[in-house]
Design a protein around this ligand. Structure first.
Ligand SMILES: Nc1ncnc2c1ncn2[C@@H]1O[C@H](COP(=O)(O)OP(=O)(O)O)[C@@H](O)[C@H]1O
Ligand SMILES: [Mg+2]
Length: 390
Protein backbone atom coordinates (compact mmCIF):
# COMPACT_ATOMS: atom_id res chain seq x y z
CA UNK A 1 0.00 0.00 0.00
CA UNK A 2 1.34 3.41 -0.95
CA UNK A 3 0.10 6.99 -0.70
CA UNK A 4 1.68 9.52 -3.05
CA UNK A 5 1.04 13.20 -2.33
CA UNK A 6 1.53 15.25 -5.49
CA UNK A 7 2.36 18.78 -4.48
CA UNK A 8 3.86 22.03 -5.76
CA UNK A 9 3.11 25.65 -6.56
CA UNK A 10 -0.15 26.66 -8.24
CA UNK A 11 -0.33 25.93 -11.97
CA UNK A 12 2.85 23.84 -12.30
CA UNK A 13 0.90 20.75 -13.43
CA UNK A 14 0.09 18.92 -10.17
CA UNK A 15 -3.38 17.77 -11.16
CA UNK A 16 -2.21 16.59 -14.57
CA UNK A 17 0.79 14.73 -13.14
CA UNK A 18 -1.35 13.20 -10.35
CA UNK A 19 -3.92 11.99 -12.89
CA UNK A 20 -1.22 10.62 -15.24
CA UNK A 21 0.56 8.89 -12.35
CA UNK A 22 -2.64 7.27 -11.09
CA UNK A 23 -3.51 6.13 -14.60
CA UNK A 24 -0.05 4.62 -15.00
CA UNK A 25 -0.43 2.83 -11.64
CA UNK A 26 -3.79 1.38 -12.67
CA UNK A 27 -2.38 0.34 -16.06
CA UNK A 28 0.50 -1.33 -14.21
CA UNK A 29 -2.03 -3.49 -12.39
CA UNK A 30 -2.57 -1.75 -9.03
CA UNK A 31 -6.06 -0.96 -7.81
CA UNK A 32 -5.70 2.81 -7.59
CA UNK A 33 -7.60 5.80 -6.26
CA UNK A 34 -6.80 9.35 -7.29
CA UNK A 35 -8.35 11.95 -5.06
CA UNK A 36 -8.13 15.71 -4.91
CA UNK A 37 -7.93 17.89 -1.83
CA UNK A 38 -8.04 21.01 -3.99
CA UNK A 39 -11.46 22.66 -3.80
CA UNK A 40 -10.92 23.76 -7.42
CA UNK A 41 -12.42 20.70 -9.06
CA UNK A 42 -9.87 20.28 -11.83
CA UNK A 43 -9.22 16.55 -11.44
CA UNK A 44 -12.48 15.82 -13.27
CA UNK A 45 -11.39 18.26 -16.01
CA UNK A 46 -7.99 16.62 -16.38
CA UNK A 47 -9.48 13.14 -16.66
CA UNK A 48 -12.34 14.53 -18.75
CA UNK A 49 -14.89 12.51 -16.79
CA UNK A 50 -17.66 13.42 -14.37
CA UNK A 51 -16.63 12.75 -10.77
CA UNK A 52 -18.68 12.33 -7.63
CA UNK A 53 -17.89 12.75 -3.96
CA UNK A 54 -17.48 8.99 -3.70
CA UNK A 55 -14.83 7.14 -5.74
CA UNK A 56 -16.07 6.89 -9.32
CA UNK A 57 -14.74 4.21 -11.72
CA UNK A 58 -12.71 5.75 -14.57
CA UNK A 59 -10.94 2.84 -16.27
CA UNK A 60 -10.06 -0.69 -15.10
CA UNK A 61 -8.63 -0.53 -11.57
CA UNK A 62 -8.81 3.28 -11.43
CA UNK A 63 -11.24 5.25 -9.30
CA UNK A 64 -11.25 9.02 -8.94
CA UNK A 65 -12.88 11.20 -6.32
CA UNK A 66 -13.50 14.84 -5.68
CA UNK A 67 -13.77 15.36 -1.95
CA UNK A 68 -16.92 17.18 -0.91
CA UNK A 69 -16.36 19.02 2.36
CA UNK A 70 -20.06 19.50 3.03
CA UNK A 71 -20.77 15.80 2.90
CA UNK A 72 -17.84 14.97 5.10
CA UNK A 73 -19.07 17.52 7.56
CA UNK A 74 -22.33 15.61 7.90
CA UNK A 75 -20.48 12.36 8.25
CA UNK A 76 -18.15 13.44 11.02
CA UNK A 77 -19.68 16.31 12.85
CA UNK A 78 -23.36 15.51 13.19
CA UNK A 79 -23.64 16.21 16.89
CA UNK A 80 -21.24 19.11 16.90
CA UNK A 81 -23.42 20.72 14.26
CA UNK A 82 -26.60 20.15 16.27
CA UNK A 83 -24.97 21.80 19.23
CA UNK A 84 -23.91 24.78 17.15
CA UNK A 85 -27.41 25.09 15.68
CA UNK A 86 -28.88 25.28 19.18
CA UNK A 87 -26.43 27.97 20.14
CA UNK A 88 -27.18 29.94 16.98
CA UNK A 89 -30.92 29.66 17.56
CA UNK A 90 -30.48 30.74 21.15
CA UNK A 91 -28.42 33.71 19.99
CA UNK A 92 -31.24 34.77 17.67
CA UNK A 93 -29.28 33.80 14.59
CA UNK A 94 -31.83 31.22 13.40
CA UNK A 95 -31.68 30.94 9.65
CA UNK A 96 -27.92 31.05 9.50
CA UNK A 97 -26.77 27.61 8.55
CA UNK A 98 -24.39 26.07 11.06
CA UNK A 99 -22.49 24.74 8.07
CA UNK A 100 -21.57 28.22 7.05
CA UNK A 101 -19.82 28.60 10.36
CA UNK A 102 -18.22 25.23 10.40
CA UNK A 103 -16.43 25.44 7.09
CA UNK A 104 -13.64 27.34 8.76
CA UNK A 105 -10.15 27.40 7.27
CA UNK A 106 -8.57 24.02 7.59
CA UNK A 107 -11.85 22.13 7.65
CA UNK A 108 -11.74 21.07 4.00
CA UNK A 109 -8.22 19.85 4.50
CA UNK A 110 -9.15 17.92 7.60
CA UNK A 111 -11.95 16.09 5.83
CA UNK A 112 -9.73 15.43 2.87
CA UNK A 113 -7.23 13.78 5.19
CA UNK A 114 -9.90 11.68 6.87
CA UNK A 115 -11.05 10.51 3.44
CA UNK A 116 -7.53 9.59 2.41
CA UNK A 117 -7.22 7.61 5.63
CA UNK A 118 -10.55 5.84 5.13
CA UNK A 119 -9.75 4.74 1.59
CA UNK A 120 -6.14 3.86 2.28
CA UNK A 121 -7.27 1.53 5.08
CA UNK A 122 -10.28 0.10 3.26
CA UNK A 123 -8.19 -2.58 1.56
CA UNK A 124 -9.78 -1.58 -1.77
CA UNK A 125 -6.68 0.16 -3.09
CA UNK A 126 -3.04 -0.63 -3.45
CA UNK A 127 -2.20 2.95 -4.43
CA UNK A 128 -3.76 6.26 -3.41
CA UNK A 129 -2.58 9.33 -5.34
CA UNK A 130 -3.53 12.66 -3.76
CA UNK A 131 -3.71 15.71 -5.99
CA UNK A 132 -2.95 18.40 -3.43
CA UNK A 133 -3.99 22.04 -3.32
CA UNK A 134 -1.16 24.55 -3.92
CA UNK A 135 1.78 24.44 -1.54
CA UNK A 136 0.73 26.64 1.38
CA UNK A 137 -2.59 24.85 1.82
CA UNK A 138 -0.93 21.50 1.45
CA UNK A 139 1.56 22.27 4.16
CA UNK A 140 -1.25 23.31 6.40
CA UNK A 141 -2.98 20.07 5.53
CA UNK A 142 0.07 18.00 6.27
CA UNK A 143 0.74 19.73 9.56
CA UNK A 144 -2.87 19.35 10.71
CA UNK A 145 -2.56 15.90 12.27
CA UNK A 146 0.27 17.19 14.46
CA UNK A 147 -1.52 20.34 15.44
CA UNK A 148 -4.86 18.65 16.07
CA UNK A 149 -3.37 15.86 18.13
CA UNK A 150 -1.74 18.47 20.24
CA UNK A 151 -5.04 20.26 20.71
CA UNK A 152 -6.98 17.10 21.46
CA UNK A 153 -4.42 15.83 23.91
CA UNK A 154 -3.74 19.07 25.73
CA UNK A 155 -6.87 21.15 25.54
CA UNK A 156 -9.84 18.84 25.05
CA UNK A 157 -9.57 16.74 28.20
CA UNK A 158 -9.45 19.86 30.34
CA UNK A 159 -12.39 21.47 28.59
CA UNK A 160 -14.43 18.34 28.95
CA UNK A 161 -13.65 18.00 32.65
CA UNK A 162 -14.39 21.65 33.28
CA UNK A 163 -17.64 21.42 31.39
CA UNK A 164 -18.78 18.39 33.40
CA UNK A 165 -18.06 20.17 36.63
CA UNK A 166 -19.56 23.48 35.62
CA UNK A 167 -22.70 22.32 33.80
CA UNK A 168 -25.04 22.14 36.83
CA UNK A 169 -24.00 25.60 37.94
CA UNK A 170 -23.99 27.18 34.49
CA UNK A 171 -27.40 25.82 33.60
CA UNK A 172 -28.82 27.65 36.60
CA UNK A 173 -27.45 31.02 35.54
CA UNK A 174 -27.84 30.78 31.77
CA UNK A 175 -30.09 28.97 29.34
CA UNK A 176 -27.32 29.00 26.75
CA UNK A 177 -27.13 25.46 25.38
CA UNK A 178 -24.00 23.88 26.81
CA UNK A 179 -21.97 21.32 24.96
CA UNK A 180 -23.17 17.85 25.82
CA UNK A 181 -20.88 14.95 26.37
CA UNK A 182 -21.83 13.60 22.95
CA UNK A 183 -20.21 16.64 21.37
CA UNK A 184 -16.98 15.71 23.03
CA UNK A 185 -17.67 12.14 21.99
CA UNK A 186 -17.89 13.20 18.34
CA UNK A 187 -14.73 15.23 18.70
CA UNK A 188 -13.08 12.22 20.30
CA UNK A 189 -13.92 10.03 17.33
CA UNK A 190 -12.55 12.66 14.95
CA UNK A 191 -9.44 12.72 17.10
CA UNK A 192 -9.05 8.98 16.76
CA UNK A 193 -9.29 9.30 12.98
CA UNK A 194 -6.72 12.09 13.05
CA UNK A 195 -4.39 9.82 15.02
CA UNK A 196 -4.94 7.11 12.42
CA UNK A 197 -4.10 9.52 9.57
CA UNK A 198 -1.01 10.64 11.41
CA UNK A 199 0.14 7.08 11.84
CA UNK A 200 -0.31 6.42 8.12
CA UNK A 201 1.27 9.64 6.90
CA UNK A 202 4.27 9.40 9.20
CA UNK A 203 5.44 6.12 7.68
CA UNK A 204 7.79 6.93 4.79
CA UNK A 205 7.44 3.39 3.45
CA UNK A 206 3.74 4.16 2.96
CA UNK A 207 3.52 7.90 2.34
CA UNK A 208 5.76 10.08 0.20
CA UNK A 209 5.51 13.45 -1.46
CA UNK A 210 6.23 13.99 -5.15
CA UNK A 211 7.14 17.57 -5.96
CA UNK A 212 6.09 19.05 -9.29
CA UNK A 213 8.10 22.05 -10.44
CA UNK A 214 8.80 24.08 -13.57
CA UNK A 215 12.23 25.36 -14.60
CA UNK A 216 11.44 28.86 -13.31
CA UNK A 217 13.11 30.79 -10.55
CA UNK A 218 10.09 31.45 -8.35
CA UNK A 219 8.88 27.90 -8.64
CA UNK A 220 12.28 26.49 -7.66
CA UNK A 221 12.59 28.85 -4.70
CA UNK A 222 9.22 27.76 -3.40
CA UNK A 223 10.03 24.10 -3.99
CA UNK A 224 13.12 24.44 -1.80
CA UNK A 225 11.06 25.83 1.04
CA UNK A 226 8.41 23.17 0.57
CA UNK A 227 11.06 20.48 0.74
CA UNK A 228 12.30 21.84 4.08
CA UNK A 229 8.82 22.19 5.56
CA UNK A 230 7.93 18.69 4.46
CA UNK A 231 11.02 17.53 6.33
CA UNK A 232 9.94 19.41 9.44
CA UNK A 233 6.65 17.55 9.48
CA UNK A 234 8.29 14.22 8.76
CA UNK A 235 7.43 13.71 5.11
CA UNK A 236 9.95 12.33 2.67
CA UNK A 237 10.14 13.41 -0.98
CA UNK A 238 10.36 10.45 -3.39
CA UNK A 239 10.81 12.36 -6.64
CA UNK A 240 10.79 15.71 -8.39
CA UNK A 241 8.86 16.08 -11.63
CA UNK A 242 10.34 18.90 -13.71
CA UNK A 243 7.43 19.84 -15.91
CA UNK A 244 7.15 22.06 -19.02
CA UNK A 245 10.73 21.70 -20.24
CA UNK A 246 11.08 23.16 -23.75
CA UNK A 247 11.84 20.22 -26.07
CA UNK A 248 14.89 20.38 -28.38
CA UNK A 249 12.43 20.24 -31.24
CA UNK A 250 11.53 23.88 -30.68
CA UNK A 251 13.89 25.73 -33.01
CA UNK A 252 12.04 29.02 -33.18
CA UNK A 253 14.46 31.86 -32.34
CA UNK A 254 11.70 33.45 -30.27
CA UNK A 255 12.19 30.71 -27.70
CA UNK A 256 16.00 30.75 -27.79
CA UNK A 257 16.24 32.98 -24.76
CA UNK A 258 13.74 30.82 -22.87
CA UNK A 259 15.81 27.78 -23.63
CA UNK A 260 18.93 29.40 -22.16
CA UNK A 261 17.01 30.45 -19.06
CA UNK A 262 15.58 26.97 -18.63
CA UNK A 263 19.00 25.41 -19.12
CA UNK A 264 20.31 27.42 -16.17
CA UNK A 265 17.39 26.44 -14.00
CA UNK A 266 17.64 22.77 -14.96
CA UNK A 267 21.24 22.78 -13.73
CA UNK A 268 20.15 24.42 -10.48
CA UNK A 269 17.45 21.78 -10.03
CA UNK A 270 19.86 18.90 -10.67
CA UNK A 271 22.18 20.39 -8.12
CA UNK A 272 19.63 21.25 -5.43
CA UNK A 273 17.61 18.05 -5.63
CA UNK A 274 20.52 15.73 -6.35
CA UNK A 275 19.39 13.34 -3.60
CA UNK A 276 16.07 12.46 -5.21
CA UNK A 277 15.26 11.23 -8.71
CA UNK A 278 14.37 14.06 -11.09
CA UNK A 279 12.03 13.29 -13.96
CA UNK A 280 11.82 15.74 -16.83
CA UNK A 281 8.64 16.25 -18.74
CA UNK A 282 8.47 18.31 -21.89
CA UNK A 283 6.09 21.09 -22.64
CA UNK A 284 3.63 19.28 -24.88
CA UNK A 285 2.17 20.90 -27.97
CA UNK A 286 -1.30 20.39 -26.59
CA UNK A 287 -3.30 20.74 -23.40
CA UNK A 288 -2.90 17.47 -21.56
CA UNK A 289 -6.52 16.64 -20.96
CA UNK A 290 -8.26 13.27 -21.31
CA UNK A 291 -7.11 9.69 -20.83
CA UNK A 292 -5.24 9.37 -24.11
CA UNK A 293 -3.00 12.38 -23.51
CA UNK A 294 -2.52 11.53 -19.86
CA UNK A 295 -1.31 8.08 -20.94
CA UNK A 296 1.14 9.69 -23.34
CA UNK A 297 2.36 11.92 -20.52
CA UNK A 298 2.68 8.95 -18.12
CA UNK A 299 4.64 7.04 -20.73
CA UNK A 300 7.13 9.88 -21.24
CA UNK A 301 7.36 10.43 -17.50
CA UNK A 302 7.83 6.87 -16.26
CA UNK A 303 8.75 4.90 -19.40
CA UNK A 304 9.49 1.38 -18.26
CA UNK A 305 9.73 2.04 -14.53
CA UNK A 306 7.04 1.42 -11.93
CA UNK A 307 5.33 4.79 -11.35
CA UNK A 308 4.85 4.05 -7.65
CA UNK A 309 7.02 1.32 -6.19
CA UNK A 310 10.24 2.31 -7.94
CA UNK A 311 10.14 5.51 -5.88
CA UNK A 312 11.18 5.56 -2.25
CA UNK A 313 11.23 8.31 0.32
CA UNK A 314 13.60 8.27 3.20
CA UNK A 315 12.41 9.41 6.59
CA UNK A 316 13.69 12.89 7.43
CA UNK A 317 13.64 12.00 11.15
CA UNK A 318 15.98 9.75 13.15
CA UNK A 319 17.02 9.11 16.75
CA UNK A 320 20.65 8.06 17.03
CA UNK A 321 22.17 6.70 20.24
CA UNK A 322 25.88 7.00 20.72
CA UNK A 323 27.28 5.96 24.08
CA UNK A 324 25.90 8.33 26.67
CA UNK A 325 24.35 10.81 24.23
CA UNK A 326 21.22 10.59 22.12
CA UNK A 327 20.86 12.74 19.02
CA UNK A 328 17.64 13.64 17.32
CA UNK A 329 18.24 14.22 13.61
CA UNK A 330 15.86 16.03 11.31
CA UNK A 331 16.60 16.66 7.63
CA UNK A 332 15.62 20.19 6.72
CA UNK A 333 17.51 20.83 3.46
CA UNK A 334 18.16 24.40 2.25
CA UNK A 335 17.53 25.88 5.68
CA UNK A 336 19.73 28.60 7.14
CA UNK A 337 20.51 28.70 10.81
CA UNK A 338 18.66 31.99 11.30
CA UNK A 339 15.40 30.45 10.03
CA UNK A 340 15.49 27.77 12.64
CA UNK A 341 14.63 27.88 16.31
CA UNK A 342 14.70 25.00 18.78
CA UNK A 343 13.42 25.08 22.33
CA UNK A 344 12.32 22.67 24.96
CA UNK A 345 9.31 22.90 27.20
CA UNK A 346 8.86 20.05 29.65
CA UNK A 347 8.58 16.80 27.76
CA UNK A 348 8.28 18.48 24.40
CA UNK A 349 10.79 19.81 21.95
CA UNK A 350 9.64 22.58 19.64
CA UNK A 351 11.22 23.21 16.27
CA UNK A 352 10.23 26.40 14.52
CA UNK A 353 11.03 26.86 10.85
CA UNK A 354 9.81 30.07 9.23
CA UNK A 355 6.07 30.21 9.86
CA UNK A 356 5.77 26.55 10.85
CA UNK A 357 6.28 24.98 14.22
CA UNK A 358 6.31 21.35 15.17
CA UNK A 359 6.25 19.92 18.65
CA UNK A 360 7.96 16.60 19.23
CA UNK A 361 6.74 14.68 22.26
CA UNK A 362 9.95 13.34 23.71
CA UNK A 363 10.12 9.60 24.32
CA UNK A 364 10.51 8.48 27.95
CA UNK A 365 14.22 7.79 27.54
CA UNK A 366 14.80 11.48 26.85
CA UNK A 367 12.74 12.91 29.70
CA UNK A 368 15.58 12.82 32.16
CA UNK A 369 18.13 14.10 29.70
CA UNK A 370 19.16 17.62 28.96
CA UNK A 371 19.42 19.24 25.53
CA UNK A 372 23.09 20.07 25.40
CA UNK A 373 23.47 21.16 21.82
CA UNK A 374 21.49 22.01 18.70
CA UNK A 375 23.28 22.56 15.43
CA UNK A 376 22.73 22.54 11.69
CA UNK A 377 25.00 20.34 9.64
CA UNK A 378 24.65 19.89 5.88
CA UNK A 379 20.91 20.42 5.87
CA UNK A 380 20.28 18.31 8.98
CA UNK A 381 19.27 19.63 12.37
CA UNK A 382 21.05 17.75 15.15
CA UNK A 383 19.74 18.06 18.70
CA UNK A 384 21.90 16.33 21.26
CA UNK A 385 20.60 15.07 24.60
CA UNK A 386 23.06 14.20 27.33
CA UNK A 387 22.80 12.32 30.58
CA UNK A 388 21.58 14.50 33.46
CA UNK A 389 24.24 15.10 36.02
CA UNK A 390 23.53 12.96 39.15
N1 LIG B 1 3.84 19.33 -19.76
C1 LIG B 1 2.74 20.00 -20.15
N2 LIG B 1 2.56 20.37 -21.44
C2 LIG B 1 1.46 21.05 -21.83
N3 LIG B 1 0.46 21.39 -21.02
C3 LIG B 1 0.56 21.05 -19.71
C4 LIG B 1 1.69 20.34 -19.21
N4 LIG B 1 1.51 20.15 -17.87
C5 LIG B 1 0.32 20.71 -17.57
N5 LIG B 1 -0.25 21.26 -18.67
C6 LIG B 1 -1.52 22.00 -18.73
O1 LIG B 1 -1.41 23.12 -17.85
C7 LIG B 1 -2.64 23.41 -17.24
C8 LIG B 1 -2.47 23.45 -15.71
O2 LIG B 1 -2.11 22.18 -15.21
P1 LIG B 1 -2.68 21.61 -13.83
O3 LIG B 1 -2.26 20.19 -13.75
O4 LIG B 1 -4.12 21.91 -13.68
O5 LIG B 1 -1.83 22.48 -12.80
P2 LIG B 1 -1.99 22.57 -11.18
O6 LIG B 1 -2.82 21.41 -10.74
O7 LIG B 1 -0.59 22.51 -10.67
O8 LIG B 1 -2.62 23.88 -10.90
C9 LIG B 1 -3.61 22.32 -17.70
O9 LIG B 1 -4.37 22.85 -18.76
C10 LIG B 1 -2.70 21.22 -18.22
O10 LIG B 1 -3.32 20.47 -19.25
MG1 LIG C 1 -4.61 21.40 -9.61
Amino acid sequence: MRIVLVTGKGGVGKTTVAAATALAAADAGYPTLVTSTDPAHSLADALAVGLGAEPTPVVDRLHAQQIDAQRQLDRHWGSIRRQLMEVLDWGGAAGIEAEEFLIFPGMDELFALLEVNRHARSGDYEVVVVDCAPTAETLRLLSLPEVLSWYFEKVMPTERRLMRAARPLLSRITDLPLPQDEVFGAAQSVFESVEAVKELLSRPEVTSARLVINPEKMVIDEARRTYSYLGLFGYGVDGVVVNRVLPDLVADPYFERWRTIQKGHLDTIDDAFAEVPRLRLRLFDDEMVGLERLRLMAHELYGGIDPIFDFEAKSPFRIVEDGSTVTMELDVPFVERVDLEVFRHGHELYVQLGPYRRSFILPDVLHRREVTRARLEGGTLLVTFSEMPE
